[in-house]
Ligand binder design. Structure first.
Ligand SMILES: Cc1cc2nc3c(=O)[nH]c(=O)nc-3n(C[C@H](O)[C@H](O)[C@H](O)COP(=O)(O)OP(=O)(O)OC[C@H]3O[C@@H](n4cnc5c(N)ncnc54)[C@H](O)[C@@H]3O)c2cc1C
Length: 304
């Protein structure tokens, strides 16, 4: 069987692309390596997706999935390892099987960036976490640290203030990049200790995390803060290393034509966080998924 479109990744961009492709009556499949929902399923509360003033990431993605499944979406659980262009069609090499298709929409998103400091890898799962919703409840009434200054860091820090005893917020700059509404909310919490213009240099402990050592970016002075958990939100890296034949920028984000979102491989499109842009959010991922599906449909019509 040769599909019209294979979508790689079941986050917001992939499910949006699926809805548009299914309504265009294309023969499609969505391939997901873990669980449908993507990164947003890791957050407790989303408040900036139009039409839904407040709901959890899981709830929002269940609505996306139900919508797509209602249109007949077929989801296959497999991990794609490579895409090759055989002229007539593309072949996607999966761990379980191979898939042939006329067009591909890459929506593989991103995973959290690491600090790459001593103790981070060693204590991952034993005090170091990249998901407040998943791991926050393990730190009830304890002192923890959050690293980062963007939307995700402050939003997740705010969520954690309601569970833990104190949040030490470590950020390398004087100002936060996060939305002002999220900053205001955090300033109202009475259990946040700001460590601005500081960077973490090591995470310390024995079997589990016991403290974090931070350094002033100005004076280079170091201090060690006793904490039981460290939540790291310092940005994301696109999950694109498996795509050897497709042009990427220096950070691994896939380059696309701005009008059609087509990549350097004809008939292969990219949407969402795997594609570099100013704002990596559900709203932008959804818009790009819709655009990529429409462009894929036109590509199929042009070559048929
Ligand atoms: C903690 C946190 C809080 C956030 N809060 C908000 C918020 O409040 N509002 C907002 O708008 N955005 C928020 N975001 C950002 C938002 O989650 C992302 O912008 C969005 O999920 C990007 O969607 P995507 O579909 O491009 O990628 P992703 O959501 O990353 O989904 C990609 C999917 O592809 C799958 N995949 C990857 N590689 C392969 C492969 N080789 N084969 C098969 N499947 C593969 C992955 O398993 C994943 O399911 C938050 C992010 C984080 C981490």
């Amino acid at each position: 069987m040769i599909y019209d479109v294979v979508i790689i990744g079941g986050g917001p961009a992939g499910l949006s692309a699926a809805i548009y492709a299914l309504r265009a009556r294309l023969n499609i499949v969505l391939i997901e390596k873990m669980a449908v929902g993507g990164q947003i399923a890791l957050t407790d509360n989303i408040e900036n997706y139009p039409g839904f003033p407040s709901l959890s990431g899981v709830e929002l993605m269940q609505k996306f999935e139900e919508h797509a499944k209602g249109l007949g979406l077929q989801i296959i659980y497999d991990e794609i390892k490579d895409i090759s262009d055989d002229g007539e069609y593309k072949t996607l090499r999966g761990v379980n099987e191979n898939y042939k298709t006329q067009t591909v929409i890459i929506t593989v998103g991103a995973s959290p960036k690491r600090l790459n400091i001593p103790g981070e890898r060693e204590f991952t799962g034993r005090g170091v976490s990249y998901c407040a919703t998943c791991d926050g409840p393990f730190f009830k009434d304890q002192d923890i640290a959050v690293v980062g200054g963007g939307d995700a860091a402050l939003k997740e820090a705010n969520y954690l203030t309601k569970i833990v005893k104190s949040v030490t917020l470590i950020h390398r700059r004087k100002e936060f990049r996060a939305e002002k509404i999220i900053q205001e909310r955090l300033h109202n919490a009475n259990n946040v200790i700001m460590q601005l213009e500081h960077i973490p240099v090591s995470i310390n402990g024995n079997k589990t995390v016991e403290s974090i050592t931070i350094e002033s970016v100005k004076t280079k002075e170091r201090k060690t803060v006793p904490i039981k958990g460290v939540f790291i939100f310092i940005g994301i890296s696109p999950q694109t290393s498996f795509l050897k034949n497709i042009e990427k920028d220096e950070y691994g984000f896939i380059k696309t034509d701005p009008y059609t979102l087509m990549t350097s491989m004809p008939g292969v499109f990219c949407a969402g966080d795997a594609h570099s842009k100013k704002l990596l959010q559900v709203a932008t991922a959804v818009g790009e998924g819709a655009l990529a599906a429409t462009a894929a449909e036109e590509f199929i019509c042009d070559v048929c």
